[in-house]
Design a binder for this molecule. Structure first.
Ligand SMILES: Cc1ncc(COP(=O)(O)O)c(C=O)c1O
Length: 390
């Protein structure tokens, strides 16, 4: 028996949660990527201690936090970085926009692999750029979905207007953690065409079944100069509302340029964000070590439930993240997302937003009872529809 009880139900509907207040009362939300679990005790304690201090002026990150990150990346990912290569920002979505703004001009393009986290698709447009989407290659085996990168199409899509490649690694929503070999191929493509790599590794600590994460920048020394890595404790330790993320930029000139531009556009990270991040990296591993098997069991529950009761759906078996990606086109409804929202009262992620209409994303970062209720509601709605149609 561990210290943490992830089965505990916490009422978030009557808190400030976006996840729980976006849909009307009665809808079970399984969309936006935060989990329904309280943070590690040490993180909560550190926030309380910081609050007791009572003065909340502008804050710098502490050398201790930088040292914790350096140590963590070396220990878990075999990646050596310098403390000065870290740049803290209040969010990675603003960072994606910043990259578009800094690296491209109107008419340029950002290379992405779809389906993908919606801001990857939308951010370039804000700067009159395009998101050049290379579909991941989908394999279907029974009801199991899996994906690989189409390297040929990736390389063929590069033009002089391609300023950077933006990857989600591990990938949201398909839950793949790319292998060093796959990363090497992507890196070689970027190198051949002088394209910058922006590697969004926000989900990297959420590796299931002992899968190993390899940071893109750790694969080849020469690529570090042309890589921006994005990380945060927010997904791993469920601290998304505290807004503390960071970039690792190992090219000093690029680091300076990004830092100066970010300083003019983005607020500093807030004191509680820094406090929580430091506590999570220093003391949170035990919490994470208990969480990951719980998430793996939830992932298995989703896969087994769908295989047993919902033969018209196909689903990934994520190696990382708490997100399952479901092909619901076999339901035969125009809009599966709306169907599950209206008929099952379950709020899933809408595949259309990820560039894949007919698919939905299910967030299984919740107590098992809630997850079971979500799946049962989906099953009942599908059964009801089949009895009406057939
Ligand atoms: C791939 C990816 N990048 C970035 C974010 C958001 O990052 P932030 O909260 O730091 O803006 C998310 C959140 O779901 C995500 O899945």
């Amino acid at each position: 028996m561990g210290v943490y009880n992830f089965d505990q139900q916490i009422d978030r509907r009557h808190s400030d949660s976006i996840k729980w207040t976006f849909y009307p009362e009665g809808v079970l939300p399984a969309w936006v990527a935060d989990m329904d679990f309280p943070a590690a005790n040490e993180v909560i304690a550190a926030i309380k201690t910081r609050a007791d201090h009572g003065v909340f002026g502008y804050a710098f990150d502490s050398p201790d936090l930088r040292a914790l990150i350096v140590e963590r990346l070396a220990r878990w990912y075999g990646w050596t970085i310098q403390p000065s290569e870290i740049l803290f920002l209040p969010g990675l979505v603003p960072a994606i926009h910043l990259m578009c703004m800094m690296f491209g001009k109107a008419g340029d393009q950002v290379l992405i692999h779809t389906p993908v986290y919606p801001p990857f698709l939308h951010a370039p447009h804000l700067f009159e750029q395009s998101a050049k989407a290379i579909p991941l290659i989908e394999q279907v085996e029974g009801q199991r979905l899996s994906y690989t990168i189409d390297f040929e199409q990736t390389e063929a899509a590069i033009t002089p207007q391609t300023k950077f490649m933006l990857i989600s690694h591990p990938h949201n929503p398909i839950g793949r953690s790319f292998t060093p070999e796959e990363l090497r191929k992507l890196g070689a493509i970027c190198e051949r065409h002088g394209v910058i790599m922006v590697s969004d590794e926000i989900h990297c600590d959420l590796m299931l079944d002992g899968h190993q994460h390899t940071p893109f920048a750790a694969v080849c020394e020469t690529w570090r100069e042309h890589t921006i890595t994005m990380m945060a404790p927010s997904k791993s330790f469920n601290l998304a509302g505290l807004g503390c993320s960071f970039l690792i930029i190992q090219n000093p000139q690029l680091h300076q340029e990004i830092m100066k531009t970010a300083f003019g556009l983005l607020p500093l990270v807030n004191v509680m964000g820094f406090t929580a991040a430091a506590a999570a990296y220093q003391h949170g591993q035990a919490w994470l070590d208990e969480l990951l098997p719980y998430l793996a069991r939830n992932r298995d529950l989703v896969c087994e439930y769908i295989e047993t009761h919902l033969p018209m759906l196909r689903v990934t078996r994520p190696e990382a993240t708490y997100l399952a990606w479901i092909d619901a086109r076999g339901l035969g409804v125009d809009d599966p997302y709306q169907f599950f929202l209206n008929e099952a009262k379950v709020g899933l992620g809408n595949g259309q937003d990820f560039g894949a209409p007919g698919y939905v994303r299910l967030n299984f970062g919740c107590p098992q009872d809630t997850l079971l209720e979500i799946l049962e509601r989906m099953r009942t709605a599908i059964q009801q529809r089949s009895s009406e149609v057939g």
